[in-house]
Write a protein that binds this ligand. Structure first.
Ligand code: ATP
Length: 325
């Protein structure tokens, strides 16, 4: 669907942002470009919709060389979501979402109906949000409007540049889940940029890891990027976040819980089932701004989990991986 062949971009000041990039994004796939800051991810994305022109190579969309398509026409057929959303501040939400259909010449009632439908689809009640202005929305709600707007003209291709970057981790997780659910129904061909390896492996059907200097270090399914890094660079890039991912896969050890004695119920962030991961526990503690949580198994109260307990469970899990437990 999207094919990059030997694509390069050297800016006028000599900066090599992307070099000799070959990349094929299959139809209906969600491909994530990930890598450290300045490695050419956004440049790559913007070359696909010709906000930036490549200095080498060719880019094909559905077999057609994009340089042969009028850039304005091209962009109307490609949804584009950016971190700062870029909503028009003086237009209400429904008008913002209807921007591209209107530009495409849809009549007003049809564009509006489509915009209302899209708001609903991204989880914003049209009767509440359609008439509001961007400054009357939370960051997460604005991101949803950004996604709705990009989908409005039903483009087969979506480009997303750090679409969930501007919101806190809890909202971010929710937006990621919502988008994945939406994508399962819509089946767009999506090229998405993030610097967050966790987001990349969570969202991507395939992940392209970029190294500094615009070099593609590995392009594979998430499990392969995590389990079989192609080189030292990928190994290190993936490794930096290994601790965070460990939280997601480490279970609660009931033996390391503390008794409830002397702990006021109000000091607890709540209770969780013993089957949840430490990541969920951390999310709850942060959300509730507390440092302890009660752990239950069915009707039984097993004990209290504290940061000290979490630390011990993580250390035990690291030792087990090293084989010296
Ligand atoms: N207009 C420009 N002129 C010169 N250099 C540029 C220009 N735009 C980007 N660059 C450089 O090109 C390189 C790649 O930039 P790009 O924005 O594609 O990186 P990125 O991977 O998306 O980074 P980030 O994650 O920080 O957004 C960087 O070194 C950047 O400084």
């Amino acid at each position: 669907m999207i094919r990059l062949e030997g694509v390069g971009k050297t800016y006028e000041d000599g900066t090599v942002a992307v070099q000799a990039l070959d990349l094929a994004v299959p139809r209906h796939a969600l491909v994530v470009l990930v890598g450290p800051s300045g490695c050419g991810k956004s440049t790559t994305l913007k070359m696909v919709n010709r906000l930036i022109e490549p200095t080498a190579g060719r880019i094909f969309l559905d077999g057609q060389d994009v340089t042969n398509v009028d850039p304005v026409q091209l962009r109307r057929g490609i949804g584009y979501v950016i971190q700062q959303v870029g909503l028009f501040p003086h237009q209400d939400i429904v008008t913002n979402v209807a921007t591209v259909p209107s530009l495409l010449g849809w009549d007003k009632p049809r564009a509006k109906a489509r915009a209302l439908e899209l708001l609903d689809l991204v989880g914003l009640d049209p009767s509440v949000f359609a008439g509001r202005f961007p400054h009357q929305l939370s960051g997460g709600q604005r991101q949803r409007v950004g996604v709705a707007r990009a989908l409005a003209a039903d483009p087969p291709v979506l480009l997303m540049d750090e679409p969930f970057g501007a919101v806190d981790p809890v909202v971010r997780g929710r937006l990621q889940d919502e988008f994945l659910r939406l994508q399962r129904d819509l089946g767009k061909t999506v090229l998405m940029v993030t610097h967050d390896i966790d987001e990349a492996v969570r969202m991507g059907d395939r992940v392209a890891v970029f190294a500094t200097g615009g070099r593609l270090a590995q392009y594979d399914v998430p499990a392969a990027v995590l389990g079989a890094p192609a080189d030292d660079f990928v190994e290190e890039f993936v490794g930096q976040r290994r601790g965070m991912r460990r939280l997601a896969v480490t279970p609660i050890d009931p033996d390391l819980l503390e008794p409830l004695d002397g702990v006021a119920a109000s000091a607890l962030a709540g209770t969780v089932d013993v089957d949840v991961s430490l990541e969920e526990v951390m999310a709850l503690l942060l959300r509730e701004d507390k440092s302890m949580v009660g752990v239950t198994q069915g009707p039984r109260f097993l004990g209290v989990l504290t940061p000290n307990g979490i630390h011990q469970m993580l250390r035990a899990s690291v030792r087990a991986d090293r084989g010296d437990a």
